[in-house]
Design a protein around this ligand. Structure first.
Ligand SMILES: Nc1nc2c(ncn2[C@@H]2O[C@H](COP(=O)(O)OP(=O)(O)OP(=O)(O)O)[C@@H](O)[C@H]2O)c(=O)[nH]1
Ligand SMILES: [Mg+2]
Length: 179
């Protein structure tokens, strides 16, 4: 099932009221190299996209406030991790302390979709029972039907399709879990 829902996320500076509850939570973007992790974050945080591929080395951290209700917001601390390859797995220490993860695959590369389960297992070994949402990215490049991946969000960092919905869903799950 492909999920896509219309949500409104405030992309402008947010004025946090005194009584507003803000939960600061680390999330990780995990997946094979080149699937579009950095591009999804850039689209969500900066509302921009580049066709250039500059592989992430190590980790890069960004922040974004997501309003869940008029009284509750989540300050996402977004860890953009170096993509895994056949020869190098995701660095497990980067995953520690995460409240949730977005596992990203490239909708046009079946090998990256086959690795989703491994990424989920690795994340849950370190952060048991923490929420995961799955992105099938590069939706704009698909010519036929999208691959069937249960519960996945179809996204395009290039057009913005599904990107806010993806991050909002994880924020909602994290926010709902917070004490
Ligand atoms: N057409 C299209 N291209 C995309 C999309 N997302 C990313 N790309 C392109 O795919 C390439 C890799 O994107 P990145 O965001 O750097 O991928 P990554 O997963 O961060 O890669 P690593 O840091 O090496 O793990 C770049 O050339 C992007 O422009 C998308 O939704 N559509
Ligand atoms: Mg990257």
């Amino acid at each position: 099932m492909i999920r896509s829902r219309s949500v409104l996320i405030c992309c402008f500076p947010v004025f946090v009221q005194d009584k507003m509850k803000v939960l600061t939570q680390k999330i990780c973007l995990v997946g094979d190299f080149g699937v579009g992790k950095t591009s999804l974050i850039r689209r969500f945080v900066d509302r921009s996209f580049s066709d250039q591929y500059l592989a992430t080395v190590g980790v890069k951290i960004s922040r974004k406030l997501v309003n869940l209700t008029p009284d509750v917001a989540v300050q996402l601390v977004i860890w953009d991790l170096e993509g895994s390859t056949k020869f190098q797995a995701v660095n497990a220490t980067y995953l520690q302390g995460a409240a949730g993860a977005i596992i990203v695959a490239d909708a046009t590369r079946p090998d990256t979709i086959a690795h989703i389960a491994n990424h989920c297992q690795q994340f849950h070994r370190i952060n048991p029972a923490k929420p995961i949402v799955i992105a099938l990215n590069k939706h704009d490049l698909l010519t036929g039907n999208p691959p069937t991946v249960p519960q996945a969000y179809l996204t395009s960092a290039k057009t913005g399709y599904g990107v806010d919905e993806l991050f909002y869903e994880l924020s909602r799950q994290i926010g709902g879990e917070a004490p």
